[in-house]
Design a protein around this ligand. Structure first.
Ligand SMILES: *[C@@H]1O[C@H](CO)[C@@H](O)[C@H](O)[C@H]1NC(C)=O
Ligand SMILES: *[C@@H]1O[C@H](CO)[C@@H](O)[C@H](O)[C@H]1NC(C)=O
Ligand SMILES: *[C@@H]1O[C@H](CO)[C@@H](O)[C@H](O)[C@H]1NC(C)=O
Ligand SMILES: *[C@@H]1O[C@H](CO)[C@@H](O)[C@H](O)[C@H]1NC(C)=O
Ligand SMILES: *[C@@H]1O[C@H](CO)[C@@H](O)[C@H](O)[C@H]1NC(C)=O
Ligand SMILES: *[C@@H]1O[C@H](CO)[C@@H](O)[C@H](O)[C@H]1NC(C)=O
Ligand SMILES: *[C@@H]1O[C@H](CO)[C@@H](O)[C@H](O)[C@H]1NC(C)=O
Length: 473
């Protein structure tokens, strides 16, 4: 009995082994080829620890229009050695989630049509990333360049980049450096980044940086998108204004920022989409914060759990030339919004869920009279948190009868608040007072001088005393 079961198990093992052998007869990787223009070589999850040579089929790919994807996702490769030639015009290779510590010189020189390279989630340090790894074939005394457009270096051990790293990759368009212990964007790293003049997308999320030097992005005349989430910034870096005329997407989540104000987005005139979320310290959006954003279409201001106050002047300067279509204010700690915060009826989508709305007549005005209520996505109608008798009701359910004086309450401006004062304003005030005092003092001095002069002249004139009695006599 036991013997039979043993034989059975053995048979099964043999069978499955031979079936497995069937599956891997083209080498260790699976090949999918739709046509001569499209080939995928799947080497994911195969316990590979060194890069194999490519199977024969790869040479069927057309050189001119061929797209080839090769993935080594989740193996245990430690060393990228010189890869064999891959035909085709656009080649993408992923080494995501391996144990790579080393890349040889010339590793990609046989694949100069390599456009996409994913090296994320490995053990690369900045020292390993030197320009020689990307050099193309050696021709007439110089190394040629390669076509690389997208390079992902996320989740490695990079502190700093070699300043010549992108010497042979002039078409680099997307660079992902997220989740590396960079901490400080040093001089050489900045030289490396700014040498990639075609860069359009730069991901610096979770790199522990708290500052970007003022001229860091000089030369990046094509930069369109940047992610600075999960860092230590206490203000939005001013250095962004250097790329303000091209930057379209800014993601600024999860930073220890306390307020947004009229300095936050200076110069970002081309920004189309802004995301400021999960900033646990953010309490206030001050007046004129969004004033520079003359092209903004989508604003995500969500999941800032301490955000309580948005100045009614936050959109000052962009209200008359309104470009915003989508405004998301979900999951903050807001209870009130000013009726004149923005032209509510010009929005296409408005998100307000997950706050602590006080359902007063201002909110009723915004939702009903100014039609904000029709901009909520289906199933995303915000609730009232107060007053007590309206708790749990949809904000769209507050009726006009609840606010009889509706027409007269429209757009009543909030009074001036001491909170609106900024050091800048105080400085100007002091300067103003000082000027007035100064003018006063000068006037005083002049008056005193005139008096002194007058007295002196008077004294120098002989005073004649008329003897009334003499005259009379
Ligand atoms: C290549 O084929 C895959 C399916 O095997 C398909 O998903 C992909 O869109 C194709 N790509 C191109 C560029 O034709
Ligand atoms: C590649 O192969 C692995 C392991 O066999 C499999 O899990 C994965 O789904 C495959 N991926 C693709 C894109 O075919
Ligand atoms: C890679 O595969 C191992 C098992 O071989 C697994 O434990 C691990 O979670 C996988 N890693 C990723 C990033 O998928
Ligand atoms: C990487 O592989 C190459 C070729 O096999 C070898 O010469 C080199 O020493 C290896 N480097 C490391 C760090 O293992
Ligand atoms: C860079 O892109 C341009 C324009 O697409 C192309 O002409 C050039 O050959 C590319 N450079 C390399 C090294 O592939
Ligand atoms: C929201 O603000 C209230 C005070 O207005 C405060 O008591 C509460 O803790 C805040 N909520 C969060 C999630 O911080
Ligand atoms: C909204 O009002 C309708 C009727 O006017 C009522 O049936 C519904 O329960 C109300 N819903 C909420 C959440 O207030």
């Amino acid at each position: 009995m036991y013997f039979l079961r043993g034989v059975f198990v053995l048979l099964c093992a043999l069978l499955s082994a031979s079936r497995a052998e069937d599956d891997v007869k083209n080498g260790p990787c699976d090949i999918f080829s739709q046509d001569v223009n499209n080939l995928t070589l799947n080497c994911s999850r195969r316990n590979i620890d060194r890069i194999p040579s490519w199977p024969e089929e790869i040479n069927k790919v057309a050189d001119r229009d061929g797209h080839v994807l090769i993935t080594f996702f989740n193996n245990s490769i430690t060393n990228i050695t010189e890869l064999d030639r891959v035909p085709g015009n656009k080649i993408a290779i992923s080494f995501k989630s391996n144990r790579i510590r080393e890349i040889e010189d010339d590793a990609f020189k046989n694949i100069h049509r390599l456009v996409y390279l994913d090296l994320s989630n490995n053990r690369l340090s900045g020292d390993v990333l030197r320009s020689e790894i990307f050099q193309g074939p050696y021709n007439e005394g110089v190394y040629s360049q390669i076509a690389l457009e997208t390079l992902s270096l996320g989740y490695n051990e990079i502190h700093s980049l070699d300043k010549y790293l992108f010497q042979y990759t002039p078409n680099l368009t997307r660079l992902y450096l997220n989740n590396n212990p960079i901490e400080l964007l040093d001089h050489v790293t900045l030289l490396a980044i700014s040498s990639a003049t075609k860069l359009e997308v730069l991901d610096l999320a979770k790199t522990d940086i708290d500052n970007i030097p003022l001229d860091a992005f000089r030369g990046l005349v094509n930069l369109k998108q940047i992610d600075l989430s999960g860092n230590q910034f206490v203000t939005v870096p001013e250095s962004l204004s250097l790329v303000g005329s091209t930057l379209q997407y800014l993601t600024f989540n999860n930073n220890p920022i306390v307020e947004l104000n009229d300095d936050s987005f200076i110069g970002l005139t081309s920004l189309v989409e802004l995301e400021v979320g999960e900033n646990d310290n953010l309490e206030e959006v001050k007046r004129s914060t969004f004033m520079p954003l003359k092209s903004l279409r989508v604003l995500h201001l969500c999941h800032n759990k301490n955000l309580k106050y948005i100045s009614h002047n936050a959109f000052r300067g962009v209200k008359d030339k309104w470009t915003l279509k989508e405004v998301y204010l979900d999951d903050n700690n807001l209870s009130e919004l000013s009726t004149d915060l923005l032209p509510w009826d010009k929005l296409e989508v408005l998100g307000m869920t997950g706050n602590r709305w006080l359902c007063n007549c201002d909110l009723a005005n915004i939702v009903t009279k100014q039609d904000a209520g029709s901009k909520f996505k289906p199933g995303e109608i915000p609730y009232c948190a107060a007053p007590m008798r309206l708790t749990g009701a949809y904000v769209t359910n507050i009726t006009v009868s609840f606010c009889p004086q509706f027409d007269t309450t429209f757009a009543t401006k909030k009074g001036f608040s001491i909170k609106d004062l900024k050091p800048k304003h105080i400085l100007w005030t002091i300067l103003g007072v000082a000027t007035v005092v100064g003018i006063g003092m000068i006037c005083g001095l002049l008056v005193n001088l005139a008096k002194a002069f007058y007295r002196k002249n008077l004294r120098s004139q002989p005073i004649r005393y008329i003897n009334i009695n003499d005259d009379l006599a």
